[in-house]
Design a protein around this ligand. Structure first.
Ligand code: UD1
Ligand code: MG
Length: 396
């Protein structure tokens, strides 16, 4: 019988996200907490897609609907009704892909900083060596909490031992399992069939597949990750803050290398979705979030908050809050102004101190220098709004 051609050598990914994540103490699933403005799981799925993954399956259980709502049609979903372990979680994907040929990346939804480059390196290493499994490993100073890599006399990976099952000697091993594997798909499901739960946690461990694959007489290869920071996982809000800091530093460095001056990168909070033009200067304590685009040569002063907005070139914003609005070239905002959603501030316009603008169009060259409220209004060009004026529901 002829094989269906489209099933041959596809690249699959299985992302595990069924666990409760109890240590987050949250009514939001752990993998939906944002990291620099993007939910944790999206960092994972975007990197996997970037590495050329075709079918992407997410194993969901606790708060399944939340994850399905976030990712929508971007992934397929497999339910794990009871959380009986990581091996049991992967097994739930059998019905969807168990009979197909290809390579399968398996990873955890709470390890968001792994880059497409690393996933691609893992896939390439796997394809080149022809091994049944290729896994990432990392060398860390403090291995506590991780499974340890046990190697045989030949230096090859023999098995992974979970910390809770490790001997005192095994606990001293500093090469750890970050939880990223590439399996030949058919081997994966054959090995999972043999996994038992005879361990301290009474769980079906995915990690046992490594030993089982060796017992099947097949080869296991490993790839040491260059930067161990990349494979750090998030179990609680302390780690969430730590990884946010790692990513924030990367984002800030990228902007600086692209010609943006950050007066104090340690207190500059830029979402991964933010774009900033050359020669713009960002002061300390600034937060810029959402789909925000800032043009060239702008000055964003200390303490400013800008969310989902578009700023032209040479715009100045000082000590102000701007939400879901558009600010044209050469306009000046603040100090202490509040630009609320759906406002358009025209070219060269000035919105000065203690001015609130809501859902309004402010014409080019118009000045509202101080102490005023403008709501639901269209103000023409080159108008001057006096101190203390309240303008509402009125077309001037
Ligand atoms: C796992 C690895 C360990 C590795 C570590 C890296 C196993 C047995 N151990 O341990 O070797 O060093 O990750 O962070 O795999 N999940 C499910 N269903 C379940 C259980 C877990 O979907 O039944 C998901 C969780 O939501 C989580 C991921 O799998 O995203 C990892 O589970 P977790 O319990 O955190 O495993 P660790 O003990 O950290
Ligand atoms: Mg974990």
């Amino acid at each position: 019988m002829q094989k269906e051609r489209h099933t041959v050598n596809e690249t699959f990914a299985i992302v595990l996200a069924a666990g409760l994540g109890t240590r987050m103490k949250s009514s939001i699933h752990k993998v939906l907490h944002p990291l620099c403005g993007k939910p944790m799981i999206r960092h994972v799925t975007d990197s996997l897609r970037g590495a050329g993954v075709g079918r992407l399956l997410v194993v969901v259980g606790a708060y399944a609907e939340q994850i399905e709502q976030e990712l929508g049609a971007e992934a397929e979903y497999v339910r794990q009704a009871r959380q009986l372990g990581t091996g049991h979680a992967v097994l739930q994907a059998r019905e969807a892909i168990g009979g197909l040929e290809g390579h399968t990346l398996v990873c955890y939804g709470d390890t968001p900083l792994v880059t497409s480059h690393t996933y691609r390196s893992l896939l390439n290493a796997h394809r080149e060596s022809g091994a049944a499994v290729t896994m990432l490993t990392a060398a860390v100073d403090n291995p506590s909490g991780f499974g340890r890599i046990v190697r045989d006399e030949a230096g090859e990976v023999a098995r992974i031992v979970e910390e809770k099952d490790a001997s005192a000697e095994e606990k001293r091993i500093k090469e750890i399992n970050p939880g990223l594997y590439c399996f030949s798909n058919s081997v994966l499901f054959q090995a999972l069939d043999r996994v038992q739960n005879k361990n301290s946690q009474r769980e079906y461990y995915l990690t046992d597949c490594i030993r089982i694959v060796k017992e099947m007489g097949l080869s296991v290869q490993s790839l040491l990750v260059a930067d161990a920071h990349e494979v750090l996982g998030i179990n609680d809000r302390v780690q969430l803050a730590q990884l946010n800091r790692v990513l924030r530093n990367q984002i800030n460095e990228l902007h600086m290398k692209n010609g943006v001056t950050l007066i104090d990168p340690n207190t500059t909070y830029l979402d991964i979705t933010v774009r900033i033009g050359e020669d713009t200067v960002i002061g300390p304590g600034v937060t810029i979030s959402g789909l925000t685009s800032i043009g060239k040569g702008c000055r964003i002063g200390a303490g400013t908050e800008i969310e989902s907005s578009t700023l032209g070139e040479r715009v100045a914003v000082h000590h102000s809050v701007v939400r879901e609005s558009i600010i044209a070239d050469d306009a000046s905002i603040g100090p202490f102004a509040f630009i609320r959603p759906n406002s358009v501030i025209g070219e060269g316009a000035k919105v000065g101190d203690f001015v609130e603008v809501k859902n309004s169009n402010i014409g080019a060259g118009t000045k509202i220098p101080h102490l005023a409220y403008v709501g639901d209004s269209d103000i023409g060009q080159n108008t001057n709004i006096g101190c203390g004026a309240i303008t509402v529901n009125y077309d001037a």
